[in-house]
Structure formats: structure tokens, C-alpha cells
Design a protein around this ligand. Structure first.
Ligand code: ADP
Ligand code: MG
Length: 693
């Protein structure tokens, strides 16, 4: 149960004075469904309204707050003319200009003969000072509230600054002081105020400088958020660690058969990773391990070895992939090897016939099928295992926490191996997973040649197409990836279809197309045509981003490369350079290219090291975008910026560990305050582990 002190913050915005349904909907769209979300919406700019000259003194172009007496209203004679209100003080006259405004509203706002304080940007019109659409018009009594530095907030369509500003002020007014959760010595060393003071300071910057993320107020708020997430991660891990696990020990007989059947030997990093996983599975604790390896580094075979380890111990293992394409591919890679080992392997996707599915489910339930590869179809209720001991999750950031947990719940004390080809910089690893055990595949399988990466302006498309023509004549196979346009898959599709049409005219009978909206069977047919060489060019939207494996492909063309994230470009490029022949990657960009875009494409030319690319990407873009948090199921950071607050993250990690070591149930007074912190940042699930464990 959420501590009652936080209740006002977790009400809907309509609970605030002056916020009705319409405004509440807009505010919810902009910041989130609760009052607390308004608190996290910090200003990005300031307007200084402290300049309070007389009319004669007021400098044109500046924002001024002036006390005037209203003299005369001049209604427009034609609809295109503005409504003018003439005002004056002892030094001169000033007109206020309104376009398309309701007369009654203006008359109410500026009654003739009364004094008003107006604030806005001073303009000169025919040598006369005027303000068009003053930002504020208030009575003398409200003057002090107005003549200050005003925060500027990000908006959304339909929401204007004043109602949003009022909503945020109202939210701040309702915000209670909270018990201090920081370690007092650390707080003192940082020179930080209490939370509420810091929050108010962050919303009321007195200058541009105070908007910066390095101000004490913003640092404190960022630290609080980082501490909440680190503490949540640490509590959950502590809970699973101490929860009963099982020791899974294979005897190696199936793995030996696979090793003998492989056409290659495992790289040293693959062997090391298998060793780490097997050792981890043997311990009585539950395994939670991340296998990180660049595209093409050979994670699938490592996963298979881990799965066979479970089978050797008499149990079952499942691998879940984010797309059907990937599930099929893993299955195709593993099937001959599983057969060599004498283990039955099933494939479960949403597309199986009823009869096959029934057989497969029966096999999983009676244990005659020991390995299964599938999509999220694996988490359906009718999938029952005789004894599931290991789940492998591929591209795990593409799954929500619920899906991962649902699969793990199909066995007892199931070990987890997560795999990712998105190299995650250390900062992000820590922020999102805490100290998850990791195994890294750092070398590429032997015999791979470096990829020749070039950047070319799209205005030279004709040359590129001609060059591709020459390579096709020599038998080359080419991926052609079409741009990501905004967030709409439909327009992606249109671009890919258009490019497909153009290339098919140039190279009749040689071009295939795949995209996300295709039926599974159609897509498989196109992929197969390309894999077997019947089609030499595969035009694709980003559906080929992860996992697709056609070693004979040696050319990757990416259109509008400037619109992709670096990590994504790296993933795409990793589709080539998988065979023994030299490969080329052409990054086509729209001209002119901005400075950041230029720097990013240069990094792609310079290096193939996925970890370095990920670090640079983090620096250039910020964390959320890098991992695509929107679809990742990772908690979003509202106040911390991982590209700037790396040191705070380390400190939060250390602090969280110490807290859990000393006070694992958060029972001390500081522990009580920390519970409030967890709820404040909606880490409710972590608090629940305190009760059940
Ligand atoms: P990832 O999933 O890490 O992107 P895969 O597991 O799909 O990589 O492996 C990529 C390709 O490399 C596959 O064709 C696989 O058979 C091959 N491969 C894996 N390990 C080795 C190795 N040690 N030596 C040579 N080829 C390998
Ligand atoms: Mg793979």
C-alpha cells in the first residue's frame, strides 16, 4: 500500500483546482496520468519579467512589466484589423493589440479607467510602443507574483503556457514535505537541500544558468530518481538470490556430440561464456545472466549449449525470440545440432497448425520434447512443461517484464539467460539492470573480414545503382534498407515499395521485398529467395534489423542513414561481413548533412566495435533514444540524464547496495523514508518483494 502522505500526488490532475477534464486530458498526454507527473516536468527556459520600466523608458524588443491606466478601447472596423486598447502612465501611452479576440473578454480584462499591470514584449509601431497579445494582464494586487523570472515549459498541441504553468504551480502547492531518505553525510557533502526545496528550486529558476542539469537542485532530483531505481533493482535481485534456486548440472554428453557435429570450433569467448553459464546454473541460486555479443558473434550456439546443459540434467529449456523470423532462424540453426545430440527440439509460433501444436504441447508436457524455440506464443496458458529449468530470452529488451516473468513461471526456480546484440554501455547496464551478471562475446568468429563502410550523398543514387549493377553481374547479394520515416510504418512501407519498384525496373527478376506488414509465409518466401540466391537484392524495412543470417550477402545499402540511430546502423551493417568474402556497407544520406549527423556517420566509418559505437551513441543522443525505451519495457528516466549523471548513478548504486546490506527489509527510520521514495518513483513492485520475502 502506498504511504498515505503520497496520495495527493497520485490523484488525477482533475484533483487540482482549476483543472477540468479537457485540461486534464492534455496534461496527461504531456506529462502522465498523475499529479506527480507534473512535478517531473521541469522547465527548459526562463522569461525574466522583473524589468519594470515606465512607458517612456521601455526598450523596444525587451520583455517588460508595466503598470498602466486603461484609457480607451478601439474595436476593429474590419475583421482583419486588430482590437486596440490604449493605456497610459505619467510618461506616455502604450497600446495593447489583440487579433481575433472576443470583445467581451478584453473588456472584462481591461476596464476603462482602471489600473492594470501588463507584461509582454515591447514593439514599436509607427514610432509608438505597443504589446501584441500581452502574456499577462493582472491587477495591482497581483503585481508581485508577476514581476519575477517565469519558467518556460515544454507544451503539447492544444495546451498553452498559462494553464500548464498554473497546473504545475497547483501541483507544487499540494506537494508535501517528505521525510529525508538521503544519507545525511552524503547530502551534506553534496550541499543539497531537502527534496521539496530542491523541487521548487528546479521549477523556479532565477536565470538561464539555473536550468542546467548540473545545478544542485537538479542533481539532487536526478539522484533521487537514480537511487529509487537502483534500490528497486537491488531489492528485487536480493529477493531472487535468496529465493530457493536449484542446481542444474549436466554431464556434458550432449554438448560433446554437438561440438563434434559443428563445422567450426567455438571461439575462446564462446567457450568462456558457456563455462560461466554452466557454472552459474550449477549453483543453488537462480541464474540471472546477460549474454552480450555483437551481431554475428555467435550467441545462438552458446544458448544451445546452455540449453543442452539443462537437458543433460534431465530438465527442459526454452528460447523466446521477439519475432517469428528470428524464432525460425534460431530453430533452423539449432535443429541439425539438436538432432546430432539426440534431443527433440520444437518450434512454437503463432502460426502452427492445430494438429502440430497439439503434438508439440503434448511433447513438452510429457517431457519427450526437451527443447523449444518460439515467439511470445510460448507464454500462452496452454504451454505446460514437464520440468522447465532454463529460459533464454533473445533481444530481451524487446520484451516486457511481464512476458519474461510469465515464461519463467512455467517452471520452478527457472534460470534465466538473456541475450542482447545491442551493446549496452556500462552506464546503461547499471541503470537498467544493476549488477546483472554478464558474459560477453568479444571476438568475431575466425575468418571474418572487416567491412568497408562508405558514406555517399543520396544525390548520387544513380551512381550507386550503376555500381550495384556491376556487382550483381559478378554474383553479389545486396541488402537495401529503406528509411525510417517518423514513426509510421505505413510510410516506411511506401518508401520501401517505391525503391523496390525502381530497382526491379533496373534489375528485372532479381529484386525481392520484405516488410513488417507482410504475411509470415510471404515474408519467409522472400527471405528464402534471397538466402538461396534466386533474388540478388533484398529491399527491406528495418524488419531485417536483428538476427537475419545470410552469409553470402556482401553489400548493405542503407538509405537515409542519417535518420537511424548508431546502434541500429551497427545492427544493420552486421548483416554483412558474415561470410569469408569482403563486404561493403554504403550509407546514403540526404544532403545537406548537419554537424551531429556527420559526426555520427563518421563513427560508423571509423569502427566496427559495437561497444564503442554504443558509447558514442549515448554521448550524442541520450539514453532513452538509444535503447528505444518506448518499446523496451525499461523504466523511463524523468529527471536523470545518463549521459551527464554517470557519477551520480555510481553513487546511487553504491548507496543502494549498502542500504540493502544493512537494512534489507527497510525497517529503520531511513528505510521508511526510502519506501516513500520507491513509491514516489512508482517502483511499487520492488516494495512488494519486501513483504513476500
Ligand atoms: P549472433 O546471434 O550473435 O548475431 P549467430 O549465433 O547468429 O550470431 O552466429 C552468426 C553466424 O556465425 C552463424 O552462421 C553461426 O553458425 C556462425 N558461427 C558461430 N560461431 C562460430 C564460430 N566459432 N566459428 C565460425 N562461425 C561461427
Ligand atoms: Mg542471433
Amino acid at each position: 500500500m502506498r504511504p498515505p502522505i503520497l496520495n495527493p500526488l497520485f490523484a488525477a490532475p482533475t484533483a487540482l483546482p482549476g483543472i477540468g477534464d479537457k485540461l486534464s486530458r492534455l496534461v496527461t498526454k504531456l506529462t502522465g496520468p498523475h499529479v506527480v507527473d507534473l512535478l517531473w516536468h521541469l522547465p527548459y527556459g526562463v522569461v525574466d519579467r522583473r524589468y519594470a520600466p515606465t512607458i517612456a523608458e521601455a526598450r523596444p524588443g525587451s520583455v517588460a512589466t508595466i503598470t498602466v491606466t486603461v484609457r480607451e478601447h478601439a474595436a476593429p472596423r474590419t475583421p482583419r484589423q486588430p482590437y486596440r486598447v490604449w493605456c497610459e502612465d505619467d510618461t506616455g501611452s502604450l497600446s495593447l493589440v489583440f487579433f481575433h479576440a472576443r470583445t467581451a473578454w478584453i473588456q472584462g480584462l481591461l476596464p476603462i479607467g482602471q489600473q492594470r499591470v501588463v507584461s509582454g514584449r515591447i514593439e514599436l509601431y509607427n514610432g509608438q510602443p505597443q504589446i501584441t497579445h500581452p502574456d499577462h494582464v493582472v491587477t495591482l494586487g497581483e503585481r508581485d507574483k508577476l514581476a519575477r523570472v517565469e519558467p518556460i515549459y515544454g507544451l503539447t498541441a492544444g495546451l498553452s503556457p498559462r494553464p500548464l504553468g498554473k497546473a504545475i504551480e497547483a501541483a507544487l502547492e499540494r506537494t508535501p514535505a517528505l521525510p529525508e531518505w538521503l544519507d545525511p553525510a552524503w547530502q551534506k557533502r553534496q550541499g543539497w537541500t531537502d527534496w521539496l526545496t530542491a523541487l521548487k528550486a528546479a521549477h523556479h529558476p532565477q536565470s538561464e544558468e539555473e536550468l542546467h542539469k548540473s545545478t544542485p537542485a537538479r542533481q539532487r532530483l536526478a539522484f533521487d530518481e537514480l537511487l529509487a531505481s537502483q534500490l528497486a533493482i537491488t531489492l528485487v535481485r536480493n529477493h531472487t538470490r535468496t529465493a530457493q534456486g536449484r542446481s542444474v548440472r549436466g554431464d556434458g554428453r550432449l554438448r560433446a556430440k554437438v561440438t563434434a557435429a559443428l563445422p567450426f570450433t567455438l571461439t575462446a569467448s564462446q567457450q568462456a561464456a558457456v563455462g560461466e553459464i554452466v557454472a552459474d546454473m550449477a549453483t543453488p541460486q537462480r541464474m540471472a545472466r546477460l549474454l552480450q555479443g555483437d551481431v554475428g558473434s555467435g550467441k545462438t550456439i552458446v544458448a544451445l549449449m546452455a540449453m543442452l546443459n539443462a537437458v543433460e540434467a534431465g530438465a527442459q529449456a526454452a528460447l523466446m525470440a521477439p519475432t517469428e523470423l528470428l524464432a525460425r532462424q534460431h530453430h533452423a540453426t539449432m535443429a541439425p545440432l539438436a538432432e546430432a545430440a539426440g534431443a527433440r527440439l520444437a518450434l512454437l509460433t503463432g502460426r502452427d497448425t492445430a494438429k502440430r501444436k497439439r503434438e508439440m504441447l503434448a511433447g513438452l508436457e510429457d517431457g519427450s520434447v526437451s527443447l523449444v524455440v518460439g515467439t511470445h506464443a510460448l507464454v500462452q496458458d496452454d504451454v505446460v512443461f514437464r520440468d522447465l529449468a532454463l529460459t533464454v530470452i533473445d533481444e530481451q529488451h524487446r520484451f516486457g517484464v511481464e512476458q519474461r516473468l510469465a515464461l519463467a513461471a512455467k517452471g520452478e526456480a527457472v534460470d534465466l539467460l538473456a541475450m542482447t546484440a545491442t551493446p549496452i554501455p556500462r552506464t546503461l547496464m547499471l541503470a537498467f539492470y544493476g549488477d546483472l551478471d554478464t558474459s560477453k562475446l568479444t571476438e568475431k568468429p575466425a575468418g571474418r573480414k572487416p567491412i568497408d563502410t562508405r558514406t555517399i550523398g543520396l544525390d548520387r543514387l544513380d551512381e550507386v545503382v550503376a555500381g550495384i549493377g556491376r556487382r550483381l553481374a559478378a554474383g553479389a547479394r545486396v541488402y537495401w534498407v529503406c528509411p525510417l520515416i517518423a514513426e509510421s510504418e505505413i510510410s516506411d512501407l511506401a518508401a520501401a515499395e517505391e525503391r523496390h519498384a525502381l530497382l526491379a525496373r533496373q534489375f528485372p527478376g532479381k529484386v525481392a521485398l520484405v516488410h513488417g506488414q507482410m504475411k509470415g509465409a510471404e515474408r519467409d518466401a522472400a527471405m528464402a529467395a534471397f538466402a538461396e540466391g534466386r533474388a540478388q537484392i533484398l529491399v527491406a524495412t528495418t524488419v531485417i534489423e536483428v538476427g537475419v543470417d545470410v552469409p553470402a550477402a556482401t553489400i548493405m545499402v542503407i538509405e537515409h542513414a542519417e535518420r537511424f540511430g548508431l546502434a541500429q546502423l551497427h545492427q544493420l551493417r552486421g548483416r554483412v561481413g558474415r561470410g569469408s568474402e569482403a563486404s561493403t556497407c554504403l550509407l546514403l544520406y540526404a544532403t545537406p548533412l548537419g554537424e551531429t549527423a556527420r559526426a555520427r556517420l563518421a563513427i560508423m566509418r571509423e569502427t566496427e566495435d559495437g561497444f564503442r559505437i554504443a558509447e558514442e551513441d549515448l554521448k550524442l543522443r541520450g539514453a532513452g533514444e538509444l535503447l528505444g525505451t518506448r518499446q523496451s519495457g525499461l523504466p523511463e528516466m524523468r529527471l536523470a540524464d545518463l549521459s551527464l549523471h554517470g557519477e551520480l548513478l555510481q553513487a546511487a548504486r553504491d548507496d543502494a547496495r549498502l542500504i540493502v546490506e544493512r537494512d534489507p527489509t527497510l525497517a529503520s527510520p531511513r528505510g521508511e523514508a526510502l519506501r516513500i521514495l520507491l513509491y514516489l518513483f512508482a517502483r511499487d513492485a520492488a516494495v512488494r518483494t519486501l513483504r513476500s520475502g
